[in-house]
Design a protein around this ligand. Structure first.
Ligand SMILES: Cc1cc2nc3c(=O)[nH]c(=O)nc-3n(C[C@H](O)[C@H](O)[C@H](O)COP(=O)(O)OP(=O)(O)OC[C@H]3O[C@@H](n4cnc5c(N)ncnc54)[C@H](O)[C@@H]3O)c2cc1C
Length: 385
């Protein structure tokens, strides 16, 4: 019998869970607890998908393609593969309209890659050396699925609300505030609209605050740091290939990618700059990204430019820019934090599960790490003295 079955049978009421954070990690985690059936879930967060882009909210900046870098890390591989299977199912016609696009993923590498995990993907094939793009020493393709991050985040939030979940906007200063006061400590003080019974004290908390783990009192994780990424969104419905070129170029780590979305827009990027806190897109970086992408995949240029008989230029692509953007990947030196602890404030003692620090792979790891968070919480409750 699994931990989940044991603890579900031994409880006679729904447990109250507060999820801190409403990015891709918080939303998939909240839904996972909700779908289990034994939990009433509230999300407390400073930013929600409907707010639009904020530099403090990485999830709205993501591409997001599914290229696992788990390599030979067996735990991460299981997380990424569970996520992929879930997204693949959701990408079937009518399941989650507009959220996903199935297409072949092409990966080129400047250095020999470790393909231990990617080899497991359906229709995995190595690209012959004479068909590689400039600068690549290896290349592969496989069947994949891209997420349209703003559409997916809103789909997840509306699913959560439709299933009876609650949300409260809050900028939490210390985790003790949530343990001792619960969501009610932050909800509007209007008892008719928000009766206290709507927000009981949490029996457990899941921390999904991304980069916020650097600053949240009681967590203040010194291993967490930002890796800035800049992207350009293009209106280019003719682009049908999802493609990247990664690896070191000289002394810098360069990452060039093209990520088509269901809507006909395409995210191109990118950059990978550790501890660069600049909160706005840099115009010179936009031009550099477009030049690199044109070199890798000239088909991003509008048809008129490609049919003109000359090599398409950055100027040809500027008119189809929808938006320039940047975000901070919530990286963590020793990898994502997926573990539980009991926190005792002196007044209350409850289990807290940590699910943050997914760096550039929060979408790739989302559903799998949500399952692991549920399992960690179930185990914590099962071991309760
Ligand atoms: C340019 C770029 C491209 C990317 N491309 C991909 C990709 O192709 N595939 C992929 O898998 N990943 C990609 N990523 C990475 C991905 O975006 C992140 O891993 C993911 O969004 C992290 O999600 P999160 O929920 O942990 O954090 P966030 O999305 O940052 O959400 C954090 C949440 O916590 C809340 N919060 C934080 N602190 C507090 C507090 N004190 N009180 C209350 N609320 C708080 C915030 O308001 C927010 O709701 C990309 C990232 C960038 C920047």
């Amino acid at each position: 019998m699994s931990t989940t079955e044991t603890t579900t049978q031994s409880r006679n009421r729904k447990m109250n869970i507060t999820v801190l954070g409403a990015g891709i990690i918080g939303l998939t985690t909240a839904l996972k607890f909700q779908k289990h059936g034994g939990y009433q879930v509230t999300i407390l967060a400073e930013h929600f998908p409907t707010d639009g882009k904020s530099i403090k909210y990485a999830s709205l900046s993501a591409g997001a393609h599914h290229v696992s870098t788990a390599e030979d890390d067996v735990k991460q591989r299981a997380i990424d593969i569970e996520t992929f299977k879930t997204m693949w199912d959701l990408s079937a016609d009518g399941a989650a309209p507009g959220c996903f696009l199935r297409l072949p993923q092409t990966e080129y590498y400047r250095e020999e890659p470790n393909l231990d995990t990617l080899k497991l993907m359906t229709n995995f094939k190595e690209i012959s050396k004479d068909s590689l793009v400039p600068g690549a020493v290896a290349g592969i393709t496989y069947d994949s699925v891209n997420s349209d991050s703003p559409v997916l985040l809103n789909y997840l939030l509306s699913s959560f609300l439709a299933n009876g979940g609650s949300i409260v906007r809050a900028s939490v200063m210390h985790i003790y505030q949530v343990i001792e006061g619960g969501p009610a400590a932050f909800a509007a003080l209007n008892e008719q609209e928000h009766p206290p019974s709507l927000y009981p004290l949490p029996d457990g908390i899941v921390v999904c605050v991304g980069l916020g783990a650097m600053f949240l009192g009681g967590v203040e994780d010194k291993e967490v740091y930002p890796v800035r990424g800049q992207t350009v969104l293009l209106d280019a419905p003719w682009v049908k290939d999802s493609m990247s070129l990664s690896g070191k170029s000289g002394t810098s780590k360069l990452w060039t990618y093209v990520i088509p979305r269901k809507s006909g827009t395409v995210i191109v990027g990118g950059t990978y700059e550790a501890n660069d806190w600049h909160p706005r897109p840099r115009p010179e970086t936009t031009r550099d990204i477009l030049a690199r992408v044109l070199e890798m995949h000239p088909a991003i240029a509008p048809p008129a430019a490609r049919e003109s008989g000359r090599k398409p230029t950055v100027e040809d692509v500027l008119p189809i820019i929808v938006e320039e953007s940047c975000g901070f990947r919530p990286c963590r030196k020793s990898g994502p934090r997926l573990e539980s602890e009991w926190i005792d404030t002196g007044k209350r003692r409850i289990p807290v599960v940590h699910n943050y620090g997914h760096g550039g792979f929060g979408y790739i790891a989302s559903y799998g790490s949500a399952s692991m968070s549920l399992d960690l919480m179930e185990r914590a409750f099962a071991q309760q003295p």
